[in-house]
Each structure stands twice: as C-alpha cells, then as structure tokens.
Write a protein that binds this ligand. Structure first.
Ligand code: SF4
Length: 120
C-alpha cells in the first residue's frame, strides 16, 4: 500500500554522450589496371595529293605517269610510275599509297614525279 503512494521511480535516463565523430573508413581508391587499355588511335586518313599542290607542281607529280612532263623531266623513263618507285609505300595492287615526299597524303600507284627512283 505504501508503495502505491510512493512516487514512481524515475526511469533511468539514457546516458547521453556528446556526439562524437564516427570514424568512417575511407572509400577504397580505384586501383589502376595493371595493363591499362590503350586508347585506340584514330586511323590516319591520307588525302590524295593534288597535282596543284605546290610541292606536287615542283616535283612534276601527275596522277597518271603517261602525263608526265617528259620535256621538263628528262629523267622520266617509260614504264616508271609510283608503284615501282623505291619511295612508294603502298601495297602491291593498291590504287594509292603513301609517299614520304608527301607527308600525310597518298599518291596514285599510276602516278609519277620527278623524284622517281627505280625500285631495286
Ligand atoms: Fe611517286 Fe616515287 Fe614520286 Fe613518290 S617519289 S610521288 S612514289 S614517283
């Protein structure tokens, strides 16, 4: 009976602690690949040499060897053309190919210029 009259005991208050920063582990850093994937290089597109290019004019380049200026270029030899020139970098059978004299451009396999050198 007496207990009914006595004040109820206060519930234990929760222990409050000041907010402490919670240590969060750092996110794992992305690991670089052991073998990075190379970025594919854009294919090099060679543009045809124009007979009107300054260098082409100077070298007497023509897209068809039969039109070579044989008067101006005495070194012209019948049958000579880019495809049988030592400097020609095209594949056999290709209609065009690179020539180191015309960087970034391609010459006609049937073309010719005054720098023609017989392929060995
Ligand atoms: Fe053609 Fe040879 Fe002249 Fe180049 S150097 S343009 S391959 S003839």
């Amino acid at each position: 009976m007496l207990a009914a009259c006595s004040p109820k005991p206060e519930p234990a208050s929760p222990v409050s602690s000041p907010a402490e920063p919670v240590a969060v582990p750092p996110a794992p850093l992305p690991m670089p690949d052991a073998t990075p994937t190379p970025t594919p290089a854009a294919p090099t597109v060679l543009v045809p040499v124009s007979e009107k290019d300054a260098l082409a004019v100077a070298l007497g380049y023509v897209e068809d060897a039969s039109r070579a200026d044989k008067t101006k270029f005495k070194t012209y030899a019948p049958g000579s053309q880019c495809s049988n020139c030592a400097l020609y970098l095209g594949k056999v059978g290709d209609a065009t190919g690179p020539c180191p004299l015309f960087t970034g451009k391609k010459v006609m396999a049937k073309g010719w210029c005054g720098s023609w050198v017989k392929r060995a």
